[in-house]
Every structure is written in structure tokens, then in C-alpha cells.
Design a protein around this ligand. Structure first.
Ligand SMILES: [Zn+2]
Length: 650
């Protein structure tokens, strides 16, 4: 029998089969709860594996719905979501399971291994963060808060969306669109009573196009003002959300929402997050000033907020513009993929072997992954754009490495999905360098999942990894896509066979780091604002004052008073990033730090690379990433390496 699941799915019977499985699971939960002497082996392990098997069954549907979307997959997927949600909500509120976990932790924690203890710890934390263990009145209030919160978040995005859609700016003078790329002009162009006009909106591609290339400063200011004053009614929603989050955190036993957010993250406490962000700020400021000066020299006047994108683009064009069409011939898809595999072989001693498995599309390929000549995992790649495939790129984990109830080893598997240009018999698929970076990024996630040696599925591979650390392995690998030694392994011209020249690689790095300190300051402004905002209850004008205070440190150009950035900060008020926006930079530091150790040790002779394989990749989520990182480097993360990666001199 194959070590891996077969990718097959029967859409017609799916819902019926799902219900049958969930019924069986619910019965199993009752059976398990009726055991007198509950232990890790007879209670936790079967529950954990029950989760794993449900993933095995469900993942092919969500995968297929994303890569071969059809009315049928949509229908089945939409039907199954509420069924799954109801099932898992019920499980996550089952207080008897929580009590059993606590009891097992008390009785067995000394005899269990790190992985098993981590499973208990994370499960118990999950229950406690949702308040399942509290009295009925508190639970009822928490439920009300949750419903209200999601309503408010939804209104927040709706208001933003409405405001974005309502606005348009019509340009009648052709001169005002001079300098914009032809495709943007074509998108804006329309005819009104036989007169050609141009319409710009606050939707991203349109807004960005004018702000970046539009030379009429008055129009830029108009658009900017419209953009940063969207949805003023969101100010009220912010107050309500902040107050509900504060109440919720207190009910759950935390002083504030920031503390609540950090309970499940790698960062230890508020002090370490703010210290980290403020240090980066202090160290990036001098270079950001130099960068601003350079842009202002070109503009021949002090910049205003609505000028920066425009003059930055002019400067970039003059200094570092990358012509994608010159680069593409060096990045033929299959040589990039095989080159990346060769690189991983040289770096970690792992090996990929193509299988002849038949999959959901003829362009999808599966590979067996070997570590030390032992079969370790299976990778599925589906890299080309086609009709019915969701845009973007992602890694999706399927099986997790573990030992099942009988003690038999289960191997891991994962999908990498991208949207690269399609190849045909006549034309190869030629990638942009950005695509190469994306492929390395997703591969970083995939090997994190597939190389796990952990025996408990709930903390194996990417399962159970903290939110602020999950991008560490992906960014780590992504950094190598700019490294000359690595690029030269596969970046050869698909016609002439010539290896990519050094100056072309150098240009890639410079272009990546263009105005990097200014970009850093901006991200830090968002991160510090988000985090501070959740450390105590801010209401009304206090929100604006907080932001103004932070901007004194982060903004080198004075932000106009009408700017109400917060009313559009959907990441934290309508997404999952509240008191977590710092995670981007946090994971970047881990990855930059480990990356430079490998570089400085000569890449392929690097001891850190071998340790990274054994500690981080084999280790999955068996311990907090904070502990794994310390085991890897023998010290705390060093933010100086993130500055180095961004070319920021101190
Ligand atoms: Zn990622």
C-alpha cells in the first residue's frame, strides 16, 4: 500500500459522507469521554487522530475548489462549511474534553514527552482563550461580544468598500494622464457623448496608478484626500470594537487585548514587542532621512504626503528599474523548479523524485521527498495559471507526520500552488524574478511541514506553529532567491544557455532595497500604532492623539490633519491582525538572522543550515518557535540582521 493518500474525491456523495464521518466522530467523542481512567494514549491520541483523518477527507475538497473551481465544487464547499463549523464549534466548547485534558496534564505531564505536553498545552490554551472553562453567565457574555465584534468588523469593511466604490475622479485633459502606463490609461479611458475622458477611482490598481505616475499634483492631492478620509463613520466602530475587545480580554483574565493576543504567540510580552519595534525604528531613521533627501533633490522641493509615490517612482526609474522582459528568459519554469530542488539537496541533503501519480490536472506533478535516503513526504505542485484557479500562491498542508493510534508512522504531504504563465509545446513558461521568490517562499512553508519528525500530528510541521513565527521558514528560504551562488545554479538563458550576469543580480537586490528604510518606518508606524492601541482602552480623540504621537517619531513628512488612516486600517479592525501587525517584522527578523548565519558560513558548508534542518524543520511545533530559535542560534534573535537584509546601514 502506498504511504500516501490517493488524491480522489467524489463530489456527488461528499456531503453525505461528511455527515456520516461527523456522526461517527461525535459518537467516538462520547465513547472516549466515558472512559474511566483517561490517559494521553487512550483519550488524547484518538481525539487528535480523529482531527487528522477529518483533514485527510476535507482537504481535497478545499484544494479542488481553489485549483479547479466549478459551480459543483463551490456548491459542495459552501454546503459543507456550516456543517464543519457547527461540528468544530461544538467540540471547542466541550467542557468535558477540557477537564479531561487538564486532568491528564496533572497526572501525566512528567512522563509525557515534549511533543505530547505541547499538544496538551495548546489544546488547553485554546479552550481557555475561548472561555469554555468559565461560568455560564460569562460564557454568554463572551458569545454576545463575539457576535457583536464580527458584526462591527463586517460593517467596518462594508463602510470602507462603499466609500471606495462611491468615489470617482474624471479627467478631461489628456495631458493629465501623460506618463501613465498604457494599460492604466486604457483602463481609465471612456467616452462621454463622443468626448474621451479618463476615470480614476479609489480602487487599488486605479488609485495607485495615478498616485505613482500621475504628474498633476492637484489631482494627486484630490485623490489622496479622498482616500485617507474614507468612511468617517468607522471612527465610532473603532471605539466600540476597542471597548468590546478590552472587556473580552478582562473576562478571560488578561489586563488588555495585547496580552490576550500574545498568549498564543511567540513574543513573550508587550514590553518585548514594543522594545523590538522601537529599536528597529531608531536604527532605520537616519537612512530614511537620507532616502527622503534624495527623493526631494529630484523633486526640487519638500515633499508632501501625496508626492512620495510619484517622485519615488521617478527616482526608481532613473536608478534601479528592472525590465522584466530582460530577466524572464533566465527563469524558465522547469529549470527554476529543478534548480531549487538541487539547491535544497546541496543545502540540506534532501532529495526530490518525481512520481507518475495521476492528479487533478495534467500540469500538476507529485514528488517523493527523501531525507538521508529515507522516504519522508510527498509534495504536490500545481504551478501554472488556468481558468477556474484562484489567483495568488499558497502552500496547503494535507497529511502530517505522526504516529497513529497503533504506533504506525504516517508520512506528511503538502501542496504548492502558484499562478505562473502557462507553458505549451511551443512556448516555455518564463517567470519573473518575483515568481522565483514566491516559489522559494512557498517551498519554505512546504519543507517546514514535510520534514517534520514530530510524532504528534497537532504539533507536527506547520500545525500549531505560532502566528508570529509561521512565516519564518518561508522568508528564510525566500532570501536565497536573491543570492548569487543560488541563482547561478539555475538562472541560465533558456535559448543561449548563458548564466545570469552578476550585474543583473546586483540590480535585483538594489531594486528590492530601494527606499527600504522609508518603507520600514511606514510599517513600524502601523505596527506600533496597532500594538499600543491594544495595551489599554483608547476611546474617541485618544485614538488620534496616540497616532499623532507615534507619527512624531515615524513620519518624516508631516501627515495632513485630515488624514484619518485608522478608519481604513482593515487589517486590525476587520481582519485577524489586532495586536498582531508586528508579526510581519517579527518573523522577518528570525528569517534574516538565520539566513545570514548560513551565508556567512559559506552556504553549503554551513553548520547553521544543518542545524536549521534538524531543529526548526524536523522540530515543527513541538516547542515554541522562541525555544527552537534559541536552540538553533544559541541566542535571542538579532534585529541587526533584518537591517542588513534591507540594506539599512546604521
Ligand atoms: Zn507565507
Amino acid at each position: 500500500m502506498s504511504k500516501f493518500l490517493e488524491f480522489k474525491i467524489e463530489l456527488d456523495n461528499f456531503i453525505q459522507e461528511l455527515n456520516t464521518r461527523l456522526d461517527a466522530n461525535n459518537k467516538k467523542v462520547e465513547e472516549l469521554l466515558s472512559i474511566e481512567e483517561k490517559t494521553y494514549a487512550n483519550f488524547v491520541k484518538p481525539l487528535e487522530m480523529m482531527d487528522e483523518y477529518l483533514d485527510h477527507f476535507f482537504t481535497p475538497l478545499s484544494h479542488l475548489n481553489s485549483v479547479n473551481n466549478s459551480e459543483k465544487t463551490q456548491e459542495i464547499y459552501t454546503q459543507s462549511l456550516p456543517i464543519i463549523t457547527e461540528y468544530s464549534t461544538k467540540l471547542s466548547q466541550n467542557i468535558d474534553i477540557y477537564k479531561a485534558y487538564k486532568e491528564i496534564q496533572k497526572n501525566e505531564s512528567d512522563s509525557l514527552n515534549d511533543e505530547q505536553n505541547r499538544v496538551l498545552e495548546l489544546n488547553i490554551l485554546g479552550f481557555e482563550l475561548s472561555g469554555a472553562h468559565l461560568d455560564d453567565d460569562t460564557k454568554k457574555r463572551l458569545q454576545e461580544i463575539n457576535i457583536k465584534k464580527s458584526e462591527l468588523s463586517n460593517n467596518f469593511s462594508q463602510n470602507l468598500l462603499d466609500a471606495t466604490n462611491e468615489y470617482e475622479y474624471i479627467i478631461e485633459d489628456e495631458k493629465d494622464v501623460e506618463g501613465l502606463p498604457q494599460s492604466d490609461i486604457a483602463n481609465a479611458k471612456f467616452e462621454d457623448d463622443g468626448v474621451v475622458k479618463y476615470k480614476f477611482t479609489l480602487q487599488m490598481p486605479s488609485y495607485i496608478a495615478y498616485m505613482t505616475y500621475g504628474k498633476n499634483e492637484k489631482i494627486r492631492e484630490e485623490l489622496y484626500k479622498a482616500y485617507v478620509t474614507r468612511a468617517p463613520q468607522n471612527a465610532e466602530i473603532i471605539d466600540e470594537l476597542l471597548s468590546l475587545k478590552s472587556e473580552m480580554s478582562k473576562l478571560l483574565g488578561y489586563n488588555n487585548y495585547a496580552e490576550y493576543s500574545l498568549a498564543s504567540k511567540m513574543a513573550e510580552d508587550s514590553k518585548s514587542v514594543l522594545g523590538f519595534l522601537n529599536d528597529l525604528l531608531k536604527n532605520s531613521k537616519a537612512q530614511a532621512k537620507v532616502e527622503l533627501q534624495e527623493v526631494e533633490e529630484l523633486a526640487k522641493r519638500p515633499l508632501k504626503s501625496f508626492d512620495t509615490a510619484y517622485y519615488s517612482e521617478l527616482l526608481k526609474k532613473a536608478k534601479y528599474e528592472i525590465d522584466e522582459e530582460v530577466y524572464r528568459p533566465y527563469f524558465e519554469q522547469s529549470s527554476v523548479v529543478n534548480g531549487m530542488f538541487d539547491f535544497l539537496t546541496k543545502l540540506f541533503g534532501i532529495r526530490f523524485e518525481k512520481t507518475d501519480e495521476k492528479l487533478w490536472d495534467e500540469k500538476a506533478i507529485s514528488y517523493d521527498l527523501y531525507q538521508d535516503d529515507m522516504l519522508k513526504a510527498r509534495l504536490y505542485t500545481d504551478l501554472e495559471a488556468r481558468k477556474g484557479k484562484r489567483g495568488g500562491a499558497w502552500m496547503h498542508n494535507w497529511q502530517a507526520h505522526c504516529l497513529d493510534e497503533a504506533g504506525d508512522e504516517q508520512l506528511a504531504s503538502a501542496f504548492i500552488v502558484c499562478n505562473f504563465p502557462p507553458s505549451s509545446k511551443e512556448n516555455p513558461s518564463l517567470l519573473r524574478h518575483d515568481d522565483v521568490v514566491t516559489l522559494f517562499h512557498e517551498m519554505g512553508h512546504a519543507i517546514h511541514h514535510m520534514l517534520s519528525s514530530v510524532n504528534e500530528n497537532g504539533v507536527s510541521g506547520v500545525n500549531g506553529v505560532e502566528w508570529d513565527a509561521v512565516e519564518f521558514p518561508s522568508q528564510f528560504l525566500e532570501n536565497f532567491a536573491y543570492e548569487p551562488h543560488v541563482l547561478k545554479m539555475f538562472a541560465t538563458h533558456h535559448e543561449s544557455g548563458e548564466t545570469i550576469p552578476d550585474d543583473m543580480i546586483e540590480k535585483l537586490v538594489k531594486s528590492k532595497n530601494f527606499l527600504s528604510a522609508s518603507g520600514m518606518l511606514r510599517q513600524l508606524e502601523f505596527s506600533i500604532f496597532d500594538f499600543e492601541l491594544h495595551t489599554k482602552l483608547y476611546q474617541g480623540d485618544e485614538v488620534q492623539s496616540l497616532l499623532d504621537g507615534i507619527r512624531k517619531e515615524t513620519a518624516l513628512i508631516k501627515t495632513p490633519e485630515y488624514n484619518k488612516f485608522q478608519n481604513g486600517f482593515a487589517h486590525i479592525f476587520a481582519g485577524g491582525y489586532a495586536a498582531g501587525y508586528y508579526s510581519y517584522k517579527w518573523a522577518e527578523v528570525l528569517s534574516a538572522d538565520a539566513f545570514f548565519s548560513v551565508i556567512d558560513e559559506g552556504i553549503f558548508d554551513s553548520k547553521t543550515a544543518k542545524d536549521y534542518l534538524h531543529v526548526v524543520l524536523n522540530g515543527g511545533a513541538s516547542k515554541s518557535m522562541g525555544i527552537l530559535f534559541k536552540e538553533l542560534m544559541g541566542r535571542e534573535p538579532n534585529p541587526a540582521n533584518l537591517l542588513r537584509l534591507n540594506g539599512i546601514k546604521q
